[in-house]
Design a binder for this molecule. Structure first.
Ligand SMILES: Cc1ncc(C[n+]2csc(CCOP(=O)(O)OP(=O)(O)O)c2C)c(N)n1
Ligand SMILES: [Mg+2]
Length: 428
């Protein structure tokens, strides 16, 4: 997914508030060069936390960069505040946690997107109000006060003016806010939790199931293999500390949506200016860095064509990465936009499922090559790949070309106008 970075002039950063005492040691680290303003901001932030009725922690990539996952967990548990994790922050907070809301933004899930829209407080930790998260900025989280923690002063006030700004290392600032908390009423967020539970119940991530071969096989044509089904199967057939890399496109969004991230630094991803071709080299680097972990790349057919040759290096160096190509025969993300917003005028998006032959190409590069065309073949192929430990494996999954990534907030639209899956359209 391509993210555009805007260059605005630096906004005015309002001062903080002075409130309860903060643990001196933690704060000293945060203070560096900021005098009493940092102290005031941290205690002011803690006061906003106590007052909020619909708060959300908006965790970004800075949480991971600062090694702040444990600090984030401590803040969330001390306050009971639910957490959204942006594309760059997936893994910073365990998806299985009762306070985890998953990914917000253009392809975020309904609850994460809507919780931010309805929030009365956003605690932005190492996140930058990217347009893929905010949608139309003027309509973004209209009722929310904002605490913005960022190490880059230029980010603060660039897109959204915060009530409290803390320019500091994300981990240290998060620890400081937690240390500054006064007593909190444990029941104060009950109504918010009930609302979130209702949204989760009505609008889970969903897709039309891959029907068994017997029901869908048209004469001479394989059944439609759903990419989400491939990802769910891969997720459930791999250890929960598996490192996942992806390319850029539909497969990237499905991977982020359907994986369950439980540990920091298990998602190696190209956000910001998302770069096709990222997955294969990223997976190789991850496997060299963590040879003890299983490493999978989820790649698009278009992306794979850009950097697949790096698998020659992986083969010759015996780096056993595994690549799942979600081969939809298209530059699928571009096709989706042409379908939804350009009246199905498809231009320069068709790639063909067979050219190149990905299995033969994989084998020519010294990898094991496998092809999967039906739902029944998915798990056996993954199990087989998981057992290969002396060379890379590439699986060519032939997936449904027509599948769209949903939900979707169309570019430039308000997050309130989120498009949900047709199966859920009646529930809105
Ligand atoms: C180097 C580069 N070129 C172009 C783009 C724009 N772009 C984003 S997604 C995409 C299509 C990706 O196709 P594929 O790898 O097959 O993934 P799919 O969307 O089909 O899952 C394109 C062209 C980009 N992000 N990076
Ligand atoms: Mg594709």
């Amino acid at each position: 997914m391509v993210h555009r970075r805007r260059r605005h002039g630096r906004g005015q950063v309002p001062g903080g508030f002075v409130g309860s005492a903060v643990a001196a040691g933690v704060l000293a680290a945060v203070l560096q060069g900021q005098g009493h303003h940092a102290h005031a901001a941290v205690t002011g932030g803690a006061r906003l936390v106590a007052e909020a009725e619909r708060p959300v922690i908006y965790a970004g990539g800075g949480v991971l960069k600062s090694g702040g996952s444990t600090a984030l967990l401590a803040l969330a548990e001390a306050t009971g505040i639910p957490v959204v994790t942006t594309l760059m922050a997936r893994g910073a907070f365990p998806d299985s946690h009762r306070l985890a809301l998953g990914m917000p933004g253009m392809h975020g899930n309904y609850t994460a997107v809507t919780a931010m829209q309805q929030a009365d407080l956003l605690i932005a930790l190492g996140s930058r109000f990217d347009d893929r998260v905010t949608g139309k900025i003027a309509a973004f989280a209209p009722h929310a006060k904002v605490i913005h923690v960022d190490i880059d002063r230029a980010e603060v006030g660039k897109v959204r003016r915060p009530e409290v700004a803390i320019v500091a290392d994300c981990r240290l600032a998060t620890e400081a806010i937690t240390a500054a908390l006064g007593p909190l009423d444990a029941r104060r967020l009950d109504r918010w939790y009930a609302q979130l539970a209702e949204w989760k119940d009505r609008f889970p991530l969903t897709y039309e199931r891959s029907a068994p071969t017997s029901e869908t096989a048209l004469p001479g044509r394989p059944p439609l293999l759903k990419p989400q089904f491939v990802l769910e199967t891969l997720r459930d057939a791999t250890p929960d500390d598996t490192v996942l890399a992806s390319g850029v496109g539909q497969h990237q969004m499905w991977a982020s949506q359907f994986w369950r991230f439980e540990h920091p630094n298990t998602w190696v991803n190209s956000g910001g200016l998302g770069t096709m071709g990222f997955a294969v080299p990223a997976a190789i680097g991850a496997k060299v860095g963590r040879p003890d972990r299983m490493v999978w790349a989820v790649d698009g057919d278009g992306c794979f064509q850009m950097t697949a040759q790096e698998l020659v290096t992986a083969s010759s160096e015996r780096i056993p990465v595994k690549v799942a190509i979600l081969n939809n025969a298209y530059l699928g993300m571009v096709r989706q936009w042409q379908h939804m917003f350009y009246e199905e005028r498809y231009s320069e998006v068709y790639l063909s499922p067979d050219l190149p032959d990905y299995v033969m190409w994989a084998e020519a590069m010294g990898c094991v090559g496998l092809r999967v065309e039906t739902p029944e073949e998915v798990l056996p192929a993954i199990d087989k790949a998981n057992q290969v430990d002396d060379r890379p494996v590439v699986i060519d999954f032939r997936t449904d070309s027509m599948e769209h990534v949903l939900p979707m907030v169309p570019a430039g639209a308000s997050n309130d106008d989120i498009v949900v899956h047709p199966l859920q359209a009646g529930a809105q």
